[in-house]
Design a protein around this ligand. Structure first.
Ligand SMILES: [Fe+2]
Ligand SMILES: [Fe+2]
Length: 150
């Protein structure tokens, strides 16, 4: 990889960390807490569990990217990087499926008139997070990872 492409890849890694990893770490604990409020406030038993599971899976995923994949990228890539990117992309698909499952759970909940209710706040925060996660995955799958596949 030439110096120009390596600099572009490093910039993209920096962007992913600031724009997505940091945002998820700010928002997910809040989202899990709101889901627990909804469950505690008469929501279905187990309602918060998939939110907590996704938050945990995503934290482990981002940790692997930060500790293993991104440092390999900073060095310009190596022979192990393709396997690791394949693993990360498989996890992206799992998170996408889990997100769609949560989306369906939210849609099955009643509509609420009160915009300040736990459920309304959760829906709003989830919509923002969901859009971020989709963009995060797209940037990695379609822009960052392909730079190291040639
Ligand atoms: Fe990431
Ligand atoms: Fe990722």
């Amino acid at each position: 990889m030439n110096a120009e492409r390596l600099a572009a890849a490093r910039d993209l890694v920096e962007h992913v960390l600031e724009r997505f990893h940091e945002a998820h770490r700010r928002e997910l604990p809040r989202i899990v807490a709101m889901a627990r409020d909804v469950e505690a406030g008469g929501g279905p038993a187990g309602f918060a569990a998939p939110f907590a599971a996704l938050a945990e899976a995503l934290e482990m995923h981002m940790f692997k990217e930060e500790m293993r994949l991104f440092p390999m990228m900073e060095q310009g890539g190596n022979s192990l990087i393709v396997q690791l990117m394949d693993d990360m992309q498989a996890e992206h698909r799992l998170h996408g499926d889990e997100g769609a499952h949560i989306e369906a759970l939210l849609q099955a909940m009643p509509t609420v008139a009160d915009a300040g209710s736990s459920l309304a706040l959760l829906r709003k925060a989830w919509d923002k997070f969901g859009a971020d996660l989709a963009e995060h995955t797209q940037v990695e799958d379609e822009w960052l990872f392909p730079m190291f596949r040639r």
